[in-house]
Ligand binder design. Structure first.
Ligand code: ADP
Ligand code: MG
Length: 357
């Protein structure tokens, strides 16, 4: 018995064994001639930070509205917490949505805005007070409950919108480009805040964005959408390091694609080295000769656009560990590029499976 106990080392629950917060099965939605969502299936685990990433018009908002219940699918099925909710109206689903434009009531105080959903649900006054206070604390707006929305900054208004959704204690929080109206610096601050709040509450977030950096930094997993379909679904590392097609390779990161020996290869710019003159590369290294067309100094890094002798053009990124003064001199020069063969991935194979699960 003792030996057995010793063997049973504790393990984190496997992702596929955690209960599903959301299951979408073969869901499609058409608007006239536009197939906005095209046979999408995915499963999201409880407590996951899951992102729908794609360009404008790829069907992100429609998919989110289907999950919230604002739209009914033409076909397919949606489950929340193991229950079929395909025909359940939005107010009876365990979801809440935060929109980009906040949609606050302009003539109500911050506290009244946050309290609104609780009043609608006839919560007792004491419970409402407590939850509003907790909500204000969570989004770091303590002391601002009496203000009108017009007296707040954009970032603060978005916090109110977030608190208003969270006090309803949804099992799944849906966020549609919630930081889209904020400037870059504020957006980055709010990304960290959102991650913290999600971790503290442990609720499932389904987050919509067209910003690949935002998706990579915040998410446990990401579904990349194009034309209403899932092009690839995986962790940020999966998507960046093992894109399965050219669309994903180009949408997440830089589209560094060349054709060699009948294969189509992607090489990430930071995996390519510019060899020093006279440097002998290690055995097995893939080599390409080319001419530097452009040098772009960006502070932390310098980017080189290189036209290859064998055809194609690649971007190379070098970190400026030393001063990059003099990098400009490389413009128009012949250079040799090198990368390990395992750093280039083949995307020429047709994709049998476009989405997992
Ligand atoms: P995203 O949020 O990724 O930008 P949407 O889900 O809003 O994409 O839109 C997907 C496609 O469906 C687009 O072609 C859009 O024009 C179309 N669409 C979305 N909502 C409607 C609607 N209510 N009526 C008609 N077409 C719509
Ligand atoms: Mg949208």
């Amino acid at each position: 018995m003792r030996e057995r106990a010793a063997l049973a080392t504790p393990q984190a629950p496997r992702e596929d064994l955690r209960p599903a917060a959301l299951r979408v099965e073969g869901v499609s939605k058409r608007y006239g001639r536009v197939l906005a969502v095209d046979n999408v299936s995915l499963t999201i685990a409880e407590g996951e930070f899951f992102t729908l990433l794609g360009p404008s018009g790829s069907g992100k908002t429609t998919l989110l509205r289907l999950i919230a219940g604002f739209e009914r699918p033409d076909s397919g099925r949606i489950e929340l917490g193991g229950k079929d909710v395909t025909a359940v109206p939005p107010y009876a689903r365990a979801t809440n949505t935060v929109f980009q434009d906040y949609a606050l009531f302009p003539h109500m105080s911050v506290a009244a805005n946050i309290e609104y959903g609780l009043k609608v649900r006839h919560l007792a006054r004491e419970d409402r007070r407590r939850r509003v206070a907790e909500g204000l604390t969570l989004v770091r707006l303590v002391g601002l409950g009496h203000r009108q929305p017009s007296q707040l900054s954009g970032g603060q208004r978005q916090r109110v919108a977030l608190a208003r959704a969270i006090v309803n204690q949804p099992e799944v929080l849906l966020l549609d480009e919630p930081l889209g109206a904020l400037d870059l610096k504020l957006r980055q601050e709010m990304q960290i805040e959102l991650k913290r709040i999600q971790r503290e509450l442990g609720i499932t977030f389904i987050y919509v964005t067209h910003d690949q950096d935002e998706a990579l930094t915040m998410s446990d997993r990401v579904a990349v959408l194009a034309g209403g379909r899932i092009e690839q679904l995986g962790s940020p590392v999966d998507l960046y390091e093992r894109p399965t097609n050219e669309f994903v390779a180009g949408f997440i990161g830089v589209s560094n694609v060349i054709d060699r020996d009948g294969r189509r290869l992607v090489v990430r710019p930071e995996r390519i080295r510019l060899l020093d003159p006279g440097e002998t590369p290690g055995p097995g290294t893939h080599l390409e000769d080319g001419t530097v067309q452009d040098v772009i100094y960006a502070g932390m890094v310098t980017r080189y656009a290189v036209q290859l002798d064998r055809g194609g053009r690649l971007l190379v990124v070098e970190q400026n560990r030393e001063s990059a003064a003099g990098a400009d001199d490389l413009r128009g020069r012949k250079v040799r590029l090198a990368w390990r063969p395992d750093q280039a991935f083949d995307i020429s194979a047709p994709q049998a499976e476009r989405s997992e699960q």
